[in-house]
Design a protein around this ligand. Structure first.
Ligand code: DGL
Length: 279
């Protein structure tokens, strides 16, 4: 990818179970336009959210090893489910590597809520994870916020399938009960959900609810990545002779991921199909 051996010129490795991580990649590209990026969509193993913590952790480690073997200088776990299940294991496995995870934005949501009722939309695996429950208890004790948890079974697959009408129907099924219970703030606790933000807003508007705040942590995740790279003197400088590159890998169809990049990020790029060794 690059002829340079400078650590700053190494790529940043980003992964998700599918296209959800593109909602994070968009912020990374905006804030770090000179960085080389590698993106893995582990679509062949998706969804992560209905698998056990051990299985998601082992798979995340295999994907992370793949990215590290391709020279990644930092890792972004662009998936709430993988972060909750595996970020500790990844930090133990790569102790010198800057690693940024994504967690549901409970703290900003508690700050944004006017009535202290916050709905959390996420995968089943995220919502039963010990790391998530600890975070909920901590923020709840500190702010008094009540978190209403909604596991969104089938939603990741539905978003991946690209059928907008069916996605909106499923969103309505999960969002309506939260609004009926009085939530004035909704946490998008899965990186796939910001990709259907317009449909989420439609469902809220149809319900008649007003002033509902949506919380998405993509921007904060990219800012944390900038901070860690800066602290490790790993930020790449602009180089007109070698502009920033982006390479994508998938454990399913290369054509499908290339199409998703085109429609969701607005770029055409090469995609390689890969298989991941179990750790
Ligand atoms: N984008 C992943 C997340 O943030 C989806 C996980 C899944 O595949 O179920 O949780």
């Amino acid at each position: 990818m690059t002829s340079s051996t400078l650590p700053q010129d190494a790529p940043i490795g980003i992964f998700d179970s599918g296209v959800g991580g593109l909602s994070i990649l968009r912020h990374i590209r905006a804030q770090l336009p000179h960085e080389h990026l590698l993106y893995v969509a582990d679509t062949g193993f998706a969804p992560y959210g209905d698998k056990s913590e051990d299985v998601v952790a082992a798979r995340s480690l295999a994907v992370a090893r793949f990215l590290v073997a391709r020279g990644a200088k930092a890792l972004v776990v662009a998936c709430n489910t993988a972060t909750i299940s595996a970020v500790k294991l990844l930090r133990e496995s790569f102790p010198d590597m800057p690693i940024v995870g994504v967690e549901p934005g409970l703290k900003p949501a508690a700050g944004a809520s006017r009535n202290g009722k916050v709905g959390v939309l996420a995968t089943e695996r995220t919502l039963v994870g010990a790391k998530f429950l600890q975070l909920r208890d901590q923020i709840s004790a500190a702010t008094g916020a009540e978190f209403l948890l909604q596991a969104c079974r089938g939603l990741v697959d539905q978003i991946e399938s690209g059928d907008a009408q069916a996605t909106t129907q499923l969103l309505r099924r999960y969002i309506t009960p939260l609004l009926e219970q009085g939530a004035d703030t909704l946490v998008l606790g899965c990186t796939h959900y910001p990709l259907v933000r317009a449909s989420i807003e439609d469902v809220i508007a149809d319900s008649g609810a007003r002033g509902i705040v949506l919380v998405d942590t993509g921007d904060a995740v990219a800012r944390q990545l900038v901070r860690l790279l800066d602290a490790g003197r790993l930020l790449r400088a602009a180089d007109d002779a070698e502009p920033a590159s982006l390479h994508a890998y998938t454990s399913a169809s290369a054509a499908a991921l290339a199409a998703a990049f085109n429609s969701l990020v607005g770029i055409d790029l090469p995609v390689d199909e890969v298989a991941f060794e179990r750790a």
